[in-house]
Design a protein around this ligand. Structure first.
Ligand SMILES: *Cc1c(COP(=O)(O)O)cnc(C)c1O
Length: 397
């Protein structure tokens, strides 16, 4: 097989195509330069402008921006009053931050398995995992496809739980015709460069609840307030109070200006992601053994990731070999994600292999293809060519 292997898997393009990348324009750069030339590079008006823009776009009343999405999730856990003794149900098929934020607050993540078709958290398994100590659910819109948020909300409302939606993948997505960000008690978006819109690093929580909004705002700024209405006493114009233990999780105005400028092109970004997905769906559906992404009719994905699965019993290569072959061909494939509780740190906490069998099976044969709006059609066809080569080489006769 080895000579064959070498000959088959030559680069299909001269440079490595990454799996995700930002798309910045001169306008974006100019927006940041304007802030640099102004009076405030942090704690200025660009923050509120950005918060307003995101809140209006998703149809939420309030937004609080943070240094990054992870800090935003930490703040949401604080605002939801999650603490020692509480359990929070989340998915294992996510980035570490979705459950680390529970640990930051001294509470316990509980993992519910995924739906085998959508790969999102299974509402039925959420129900099974609820105990008297459950305080919240953190649902993740994996790859940009919204979770079944109406079903999950009816569960959380019945059991008096807080629903935090980790929508790091799903800015611009809709469920039943309503934007993600308008459904859950609190929703988090990330502005890391691989996400839909970037601010360098950045994150935000949107909510319709004024109490959460106030708690989030204080948490971002050391637990401090200067708002005369919130003060316990008021010793004068200089006076501020620290009322809880917060952090410095403030976004800068430079980041907010970049984020605002990028928001202007969000719809265009989502549209281009959809176009790329259409090409993938069309080209790769000619490879019948591959499992392409399944979409619920009610969900309108914003397509952060395009994941294909290789039923390995039908192929002569392992997942590692398929992955390495695609990388050798200069296609920057990736794997999203290693189930969180399989990480050494979580294993030390006592989580065991076998906890969520569907997520573990998914992890064995998934591969993420490059997907970002700046990709050209040629880039997309390069990916399809490489996948087709590996498929035809590896398919058992
Ligand atoms: C990116 C991401 C985060 C964390 O966001 P950062 O801004 O990188 O801190 C959290 N959850 C998911 C699912 C993500 O993809």
């Amino acid at each position: 097989m080895n000579d064959d292997y070498e000959n088959n898997f030559k680069p299909v393009r001269p440079n490595m195509l990454p799996y995700g990348q930002q798309w910045l324009t001169e306008e974006d750069i100019e927006a940041v330069v304007q802030v640099l030339k102004g009076d405030f590079i942090t704690q200025g008006p660009s923050i509120q402008d950005f918060e307003r823009k995101v809140a209006d776009y998703v149809g939420a009343s309030y937004a609080v921006a943070f240094t990054n999405g992870t800090a935003a999730l930490h703040a949401a856990c604080f605002a939801a009053d999650i603490g020692p003794g509480n359990e929070v149900i989340t998915t294992p098929l996510t980035f570490l931050a979705s459950s680390n934020c529970v640990l930051y607050q001294g509470a316990q993540p509980v993992f519910a398995d995924i739906d085998p078709h959508t790969y999102n958290i299974d509402p039925e398994d959420i129900k099974r995992k609820i105990t008297a100590d459950t305080r919240a659910v953190i649902a993740v819109d994996f790859t940009g496809q919204p979770v079944e948020v109406d079903k999950i909300l009816s569960i959380t409302q019945e059991h008096n739980l807080v629903l935090i939606e980790d929508a790091a993948h799903s800015l611009g997505a809709e469920y039943k015709g309503r934007k993600i960000g308008s459904w859950a008690d609190m929703t988090m978006f990330s502005f890391h460069p691989v996400k839909h819109v970037t601010s360098g690093e950045g994150g935000i929580i949107v909510t319709n609840d004024e109490t959460y909004y106030k708690r989030l705002s204080k948490f971002r700024n050391h637990g401090m307030t200067r708002d005369p209405e919130d003060l316990e006493i008021n010793e004068g114009p200089w006076y501020y109070e620290m009322q809880s233990l917060g952090y410095n999780y403030r976004m800068t105005d430079l980041q907010a200006a970049l984020g605002s400028s990028q928001m202007n092109r969000l719809d265009q970004f989502v549209e281009r992601r959809n176009e790329i997905v259409s090409i993938y769906n069309e080209q790769l559906s000619t490879l019948p053994e591959l499992i392409l992404p399944y979409q619920l009719p009610a969900a309108k994905s914003s397509w952060h990731l395009y994941v294909i699965r290789w039923p390995l019993e039908k192929f002569n290569l392992s997942r590692k070999q398929v992955f390495e072959a695609l990388r050798e061909m200069n296609i920057g494939v990736n794997v999203h994600y290693i189930p969180v509780y399989l990480q050494p740190y979580y294993q030390q906490l006592g989580y065991e292999k076998g906890l969520c069998p569907i997520a573990e099976q998914y992890y064995e044969n998934c591969i993420t293809l490059p997907l970002f709006p700046k990709m050209s059609d040629t880039d997309v066809y390069d990916v399809c060519e490489a996948v087709t080569k590996v498929y035809q080489f590896a398919l058992k006769q």
